[in-house]
Design a protein around this ligand. Structure first.
Ligand SMILES: [Zn+2]
Length: 50
């Protein structure tokens, strides 16, 4: 069970997703959420436009 969880965590990284944006404040890569992008570094948040 413990090993399965490790594999799951690795899947969080999706290198094939090209649309990732970068934080305008600190330059870190923004985390891609369903309706928003967030910066884990400085807590910047940007809502996605549809
Ligand atoms: Zn940032």
């Amino acid at each position: 069970m413990a090993e399965e969880k490790k594999v799951e965590k690795k899947k969080v990284i999706k290198p094939y997703k090209p649309a990732t944006k970068f934080c305008p404040r600190c330059g870190a890569r923004l985390a891609d959420h369903k309706d928003r992008l967030t910066c884990g570094n400085c807590k910047y948040m940007e809502l996605k436009k549809k």
